[in-house]
Design a protein around this ligand. Structure first.
Ligand code: ZN
Length: 187
């Protein structure tokens, strides 16, 4: 099982390095992306993960296909242990991401982090954001998101700059679930 690094570890505070473009499709980077997905999948409430969270200081993050699943968003997803078969939406891989457009419109949303268990808090972030990056095939991609996805983009981008949500959050508290936001949090 891949270990998820917790907040005391200095790797989470480093500015992560860019991935050389010609290495994206090589085994080393593929393995790192695979390990990130495995770590993310090991957490039933995980929605995204950045490479520093598995101890790799490179500019990569992955957003779980789970967040596009309506049942997951509403908290009735496949994590309840019922027989529940569904085609999973693909995970989105962002390599060397750049936050391009962010809206001036901001909203306070509850967040948690796989590396800052079990703390939740509210962070004010742009409600819409666009990311330019490379995907795992080395293709340039542009993705825009609003609401939860926009918050995730900003939370994950912060990880690559050594910033944790607790640096910005208000109303921080410990909880086993994020009761403020229908059990969903932007990891
Ligand atoms: Zn996080």
């Amino acid at each position: 099982m891949i270990k998820i690094i917790q907040s005391e570890d200095p790797v989470l505070r480093k500015i992560a390095k860019e991935v050389p473009i010609d290495l994206i499709t090589k085994p080393k980077i593929r393995k790192i992306v695979g390990d990130m997905i495995e770590a993310l999948d090991s957490q039933s409430d995980g929605v995204a993960i950045a490479a520093p969270q598995i101890g790799v200081s490179l500019r990569i993050f992955v957003v779980s296909g789970r967040i596009f699943d309506e049942d997951f968003i509403s908290g009735k997803g496949s994590t309840e242990g019922n027989l529940y078969i569904k085609v999973r939406k693909p995970d989105l891989v962002f390599i060397n991401p750049i936050l391009k457009k962010i809206s001036s419109d901001r909203k306070l949303l509850s967040e948690g982090c796989l590396s800052v268990r079990p703390i939740y808090g509210k962070v004010r972030r742009a409600t819409r954001a666009t990311i330019e990056a490379y995907n795992e095939k080395g293709e340039k991609i542009v993705k825009s998101g609003s609401g939860l996805l926009a918050h995730i983009f900003q939370h994950e981008n912060d990880h690559l700059d050594g910033v944790l949500f607790i640096d910005k959050a208000k109303d921080m508290h410990e909880s086993l679930i994020d009761e403020d936001y229908e059990n969903i949090d932007t990891k």
